[in-house]
Design a protein around this ligand. Structure first.
Ligand code: NAD
Length: 264
């Protein structure tokens, strides 16, 4: 397996002169993994950050570490979403969860929950945030989708369905937001080293009846020419770039960060 220097994306964003001191951002699932990396990266370039997570301890720990505000909200609860700020300039729809099971055994309530958190909550948050972005003539909606927003894998019916729906929602926001200086894009990571993937490796091992090491080599990374997991701060660097004015013409796009998986 190859490895990378973890300081590279942060150094790159500083060298590119990214400055978001006048911007505010709301990051869902900001207590862990990719959301945490996005919150940290945004705060590092001066943004006022709102960390949203149902995990109170995680949200508060991340927020305390970067001078952000924590919001303990379960995104499956539509009423609770109403408590979140509406006047943000950058919305990162990132919170997500996975459930691995054959379609024939897939629990309907898990399917519904995954659509609620990964499709309905992003829709509600866009619906609440876009009016402020439209009024000021600038906004960024960044939807953390997945390779599974563009292609499918067995045993992930709810997740693949939700990510494909998020792709469609992102494109509608791009079209409606364009006259107001608002872009909306998806980021499509391959497998990222986060707790979500560590749980998946365990679940896939059970589903396929093989060891966790074999899951990584023979299931997760089998299509990826680059044989390593992606790091969360590499995803955050892409999100940061989408917040700059250099990327203002990029909208309705899906940006794969997949180690070449989609090319294979
Ligand atoms: P993670 O499990 O490390 O973090 C997800 C965070 O979302 C957690 O802090 C969790 O508490 C929060 N969350 C989950 N359900 C919530 C709810 N109902 N209300 C509020 N908060 C909730 O996961 P991650 O790997 O960082 O994934 C983040 C996003 O990236 C997800 O949308 C995931 O689908 C996507 N993604 C992950 C990978 C990967 O390999 N890890 C790859 C592609 C896409």
């Amino acid at each position: 397996m190859t490895s990378r220097n973890p300081s590279l994306p942060r150094r790159a964003s500083r060298e590119a002169g990214v400055d978001l001191t006048s911007r505010s951002a709301l990051v869902t699932g900001g207590g862990s993994g990719i959301g945490k990396a996005c919150a940290v990266a945004l705060a590092a370039v001066g943004a006022t950050v709102h960390v949203v997570d149902r995990d109170a301890a995680a949200a508060r720990a991340v927020a305390a570490g970067i001078g952000a505000e924590a919001h303990v909200v379960d995104l499956a609860d539509q009423a609770a979403i109403e408590s979140l700020p509406t006047g943000v300039d950058i919305l990162i729809n990132n919170a997500g969860l996975q459930h691995v099971a054959p379609l024939t055994d897939f629990p309907p309530e898990r399917f519904a929950l995954i659509q609620q958190v990964m499709v309905t909550a992003p829709f509600l948050l866009m619906r609440r945030s876009l009016p402020h972005m439209y009024t000021q003539g600038w906004g960024r909606v960044i939807n953390v989708s997945s390779v599974h927003g563009l292609r499918a894998s067995a045993y992930k019916a709810a997740y693949v369905t939700a990510k494909h729906a998020l792709e469609g929602l992102s494109k509608v926001a791009a079209i409606e937001g364009a006259p107001y200086g608002v872009t909306s894009n998806c980021i499509n990571p391959g497998y990222v080293r986060t707790p979500l993937v560590e749980h998946q490796i365990r679940d896939q091992a059970a589903a396929h009846g093989i060891s966790p090491a074999d899951v990584l080599r023979d299931v997760l990374l089998t299509r990826s020419p680059i044989k390593r997991l992606l790091e969360a701060d590499e995803v955050a660097a892409a999100a940061l770039w989408l917040c700059t004015d250099h990327s203002g013409y990029i909208t309705g796009a899906s940006l794969p960060i997949d180690g070449g998986w989609g090319a294979n």
